[in-house]
Design a protein around this ligand. Structure first.
Ligand code: SAH
Ligand code: SF4
Length: 366
């Protein structure tokens, strides 16, 4: 049963202040509560020692900060961590933490499944169940702070420093909720991860790209994967709607990119499909005039897929052509493959129930 309490997670600080005012709480109290939730990681009002017992009782009666349950919590041999989160309606999504030496990125999901059936992506084989709400998107960061034991720590003591919107789903098809969640995550008095440490990856929803740059100013990553429309139509079917030329034009105009903040072009390396020298040269030609860097991703296999990963020498030869043209083109290290947490391997067993309406708009399902 859904609770009729007000869910704090998912409200902006201003919304929380306004909501709490209705119950007689002053602004400074609301700010204290915000701090408890997003800096200290409180999950129970009784933990909020700066709030009187009486007020705690009022809060507990009318508000909640319940989090989704981590139904699974797996750690790879390389330290990559994956949580399978279950929501009250039974839907499940995956969130992955990829630690590096002095930092780490949380790979956050934006939808249960994905409507865009890219032929090389495991998530694309899932029927979309629904968009995630801002609350569900933010909750992924809270669960990660819990799991990594990073509440109340100084920034330099935290390993979770960055966010990549590269989990399940197409974030620009759920823009309203994604943008609300990211604004809350960026709030300097809360989780406080800045736009420079957030990267949003899109398969190329051209009409939303400018707005994303203007309103959020986050780093942009584009799932390009092919340099010719005929091939990209197959790999990333959204290309039929927004072909390469239009996509690159939107990138040239991306408000939050410059020489120091380049757009990442993700390029999955598929053996004998998109990995020739000619492809690399065409890629260089296409990127002219774009503040770009390239990320080569060895394709991660999943059951039933028809592709193979390019040979290492092929990837290196491809990278060299792109590098020699002046673009950085690192090969993304494959992480967490043993726990099925690598790029494009995420999938949960959520299925669309028979007769259930799928919503793709920007409003949460009621
Ligand atoms: N829907 C968005 C966000 C997901 S990001 C997007 O497509 O950009 C996930 C990244 O991993 C994308 O670049 C995607 O193309 C890539 N990917 C998908 N399946 C993959 C696989 N099997 N191996 C390697 N990369 C994959
Ligand atoms: Fe969806 Fe991105 Fe996978 Fe394509 S690559 S199916 S857009 S999650």
């Amino acid at each position: 049963m859904m609770s009729d309490k007000v869910q704090i997670i998912g409200l902006t600080q201003d919304e929380l202040i306004a909501k709490l005012k209705e119950f007689g709480f002053e602004t400074f109290r609301a700010k204290q509560i915000w701090h408890w939730v997003y800096v200290k990681g409180a999950t129970d009002f009784a933990q909020m020692s700066s709030i009187s017992k009486g007020s705690q009782k009022v809060l507990a009666e009318h508000f909640t900060m319940a989090r989704p349950v981590a139904a699974k919590d797996l750690t790879s041999f390389d330290g990559t961590r994956k949580w399978l989160l279950e929501f009250p309606d039974g839907n499940k999504i995956e969130t992955v933490f990829i630690p590096e030496e002095d930092r780490g990125a949380l790979c956050v999901s934006s939808q249960v499944g994905c409507t865009l059936s890219c032929s090389f992506c495991h998530t694309g084989t899932m029927p979309l169940v629904r968009n995630l709400s801002a609350q569900e998107i933010i909750s992924q960061t809270l669960v990660a702070r819990d799991g990594l034991n990073e509440w109340g720590k100084k920034r330099e003591e935290c390993l979770f420093t960055n966010i990549v919107m590269m989990g399940m789903g197409e974030p620009l098809y759920n823009y309203e909720q994604v943008s609300k969640a990211l604004k809350i995550i960026m709030d300097g008095e809360g989780i406080s991860i800045s736009k420079r440490r957030i990267t949003l990856s899109t398969s190329g929803v051209v009409p939303m790209i400018e707005r994303c740059g203007e309103e959020l100013g986050v780093n942009l990553a584009i799932s390009l994967h092919a340099v010719r429309d005929e091939l990209r139509d197959i790999l990333v079917p959204l290309n039929k709607k927004y072909p390469i030329k239009e996509l690159l034009e939107a990138c040239r105009n991306y408000p939050a990119a410059n020489n120091a903040r380049r757009i990442t072009f993700e390029y999955v390396m598929l053996r004998d499909v998109n990995d020739s020298d000619a492809d690399a040269r065409e890629l260089v030609r296409l990127l002219k005039g774009v503040h770009a860097k390239v990320n080569l991703i060895p394709w991660n296999p999943w059951p039933g897929a028809v592709y193979e990963t390019s040979k290492r020498e092929r990837i290196n030869a491809f990278a060299k052509i792109v590098n020699d043209a002046g673009y950085s083109a690192p090969v993304r290290a494959t992480r967490g493959q043993d726990i099925f947490a690598a790029c494009g391997q995420l999938k949960s067993d959520s299925e669309r129930k028979k007769g259930e309406k799928v919503w793709l708009g920007d409003k949460p399902a009621s």
